[in-house]
Ligand binder design. Sequence first.
Ligand code: FES
Length: 164
Amino acid sequence: MNKSQEWSLQSIQAEINVLKHKPGALLPILHALQDRFGFIPPDAVPLIADSLNQTRAEVHGVISFYHHFRTAPPGRHVVQICRAEACQAVGARQLEAHAKTRLGIDYHQTTSDHDITLEAVYCLGNCACGPSVRVDNNVRGRVTIDAFDALMDELQTRPLEVMG
Ligand code: FES
C-alpha cells in the first residue's frame, strides 16, 4: 500500500527550500516530492521554476524525460514489471502483455477502480529469479502468469461490507 501524503503548496515549497541551494537541485527536488506525495503535483512546477530561476518548460521537460516521475496520483498499489534483459529472457514480455490485458491498462496508467498503477522498471536486482515484479515495496521473483493473477486477486480484493 502506498503511504503518500496529501500535498499542499506550503509542503511543496518546504521540500523545495531544503534542496534548492544545492548544485543540480532539480532532480533531487523532483525525487523528494514524488517520495513524499507519490507524484509531482502540477502546481509544483511553477514553484520549482521560480525557486530555481528556470522556466516552467524546462521543469516540465525534465519531468517528462524521466519515466520514473508521475504527474498524477498513483493507485492504491504500484505494480512494476521488470523489462531488463535477464527477466525478458525468462518470460517477462509475455507477463507484461498479460498484465496489461488483465488490468485493462498500459504502462503509466491506473485502473479505473484506482487500485493499481502499472509501471515498467529496468532491473530490480533480482535477476536470477525472474520474471521479477515489485508490488509497492516488495520484490517478487519467478512471477508466472498464474502467480501474477493470484497477486492481483489479492490486491483487488476488498472486504465485504456487512449490512446491519
Ligand atoms: S533483470 Fe529483472 S531483476 Fe534484474
